[in-house]
Design a protein around this ligand. Structure first.
Ligand code: AMP
Ligand code: GLY
Length: 423
């Protein structure tokens, strides 16, 4: 079968690497991909939101399945576009429909869903420009810090945590009155701050059955000791030592099952991945957010641990036969360290030549923001490369990733040297 994978980050390189191992794959196409995905298949110069160009690519390359990496095309209805198009209807899309992707596309929708199906989450209310005064009154009932979330997609920047009431009021006004995040902040969810340790859980579902992927923890802040601004993710580890046994059973019983049952009760057929951003609050798994896709950089540590054939797994999602897929896991730890461009998550330069990739031994290097130019590989994003390693212990996996991270060179290379050390 020919497969088209949409996206261009480290998550997509990890997916492409995994798909390419399957004997069921004939040709893999990645749109638009990066220098790493080019070693697993053919990159196509097609943007993930250009549905017409995706349609043409599917027809000309006789695509038998589309796998969607990022949230944007899902929230904009790529799955529905295929269902509505006679030429494309038979091509399964792995990723939810627009309505199902609302779990990520609208925080207000997600919170209402969580409440309706009694899934643990932070207490919250949603406000608009018309109810700004009520929003401020609601803030006064909460203790600091204050958590404000733009309802819609805001490129990962829509959650603002304010230490004081004054800052929270200013932020709420900026979001609602000044459209700080455009249409995305025309509604704002204000919620209580939860104290605990975060972790990411993932399931894949065919609409009826589900399989749980290994859990992971990502490191979001730019600075050592979890300081400074949030990034897309500076590293990740799996499994998560504090989340063993009983806690994971609780996640399945209190979060995963009621979510899937709720989707069915709403008449939503969800085919794809669900990412649960969780906070372990004194042993209770509270949902911080849903995402309608896999996480990045979690995918770079989760997929290497999954032993199932990924083409077979995706085909089973399409066919509704996920119950027949065995989910054997590699028991070893995986750790990934993200190499980023100087200045990230603020402004940074691109086009720096990357060398030393051929000296890496015993690690997987997933490209996140790279591009091939005249036979050289250059940086092409804030997050550049994810160096993933296996180990019998977390420490062994981390040490291997750090050894190899040092061998890779590009001007302005930065990485956190404390991934996993809090555990
Ligand atoms: P999100 O963009 O939804 O992933 O949120 C960004 C980050 O904000 C999360 O990873 C958490 O660290 C933090 N966060 C979101 N909601 C809460 C909350 N209710 N309490 C504490 N931290 C939160
Ligand atoms: N690692 C968090 C995310 O993918 O949104």
């Amino acid at each position: 079968m020919n497969i088209l994978l949409l996206g261009s980050g480290g998550r997509e390189h990890a997916l492409a690497w995994k798909l390419a191992q399957s004997p069921l794959l004939t040709s893999l196409f990645i749109a638009p991909g990066n220098a790493g995905t080019a070693s697993t298949g053919t990159n196509l110069p097609v943007a993930v939101n250009d549905f017409q160009a995706i349609r043409e690519a599917c027809i000309s390359h006789q695509i038998g399945m589309v796998i969607v990496g990022p949230e944007d095309p899902l929230v904009h209805g790529i799955h529905d576009f295929f269902l509505d198009n006679p030429e494309l209807r038979k091509i399964p899309v792995i990723g939810p429909t627009r309505q199902a992707a609302m779990l990520e596309g609208s925080k207000d929708f997600a919170k209402a869903f969580l409440r309706k199906y009694c899934i643990p989450t932070a207490f919250s209310h949603t406000f608009t420009i018309q109810t700004l005064a009520e929003g401020i009154a609601f803030l006064r009932t909460l203790d600091p810090p204050y958590v404000l979330k733009a309802d819609g997609l805001a490129a990962g920047k829509g959650v603002v945590i304010c230490p004081t009431m004054d800052e929270a009021m200013a932020e709420l006004t900026a979001m609602l009155s000044d459209a700080k995040f455009g249409e995305a902040s025309s509604k704002v969810v204000i919620e209580e701050f939860l104290e605990g340790i975060e972790l990411s859980a993932f399931v894949v579902t065919d609409g009826t059955h589900y399989r749980i992927f290994p859990e992971a923890k990502d490191y979001k802040k730019i600075g050592i000791g979890d300081t400074g601004p949030n990034t897309g993710g500076m590293g990740s580890i799996s499994p998560v030592p504090f989340a063993r046994g009983n806690f994971l059973e609780q996640v399945e019983r209190q979060v995963i099952c009621p979510t899937l049952d709720g989707l069915q009760a709403e008449g939503i057929i969800y085919k794809g991945f669900i990412f649960f951003g969780l906070m372990n609050v004194k042993g209770v798994p509270c949902v911080i957010e849903y995402n309608c896709r896999l996480g990045d950089p979690e995918t770079e540590v989760v997929l290497p641990r999954i032993q199932a054939d990924f083409v077979e797994l995706c085909q089973a999602v399409a066919d509704g036969t996920l119950d027949r897929v065995e989910m054997d896991l590699d028991p070893r730890f995986t750790a990934s360290v993200m190499l980023v461009s100087e200045g990230y998550p603020g402004s940074y330069e691109k086009g720096k030549e990357i060398t030393g990739l051929d000296q890496v031994t015993g690690s997987l290097v997933f490209h996140a923001g790279t591009k091939a130019v005249d036979g050289r590989i250059v940086t092409n994003g804030g997050r550049v490369l994810a160096v993933t390693s296996f180990g019998k212990s977390l420490e062994e996996a981390l040490n291997r990733s750090y050894e190899n991270a040092e061998k890779i060179r590009f001007e302005g290379k930065y990485y956190r040297t404390d991934i996993g050390f809090d555990l």
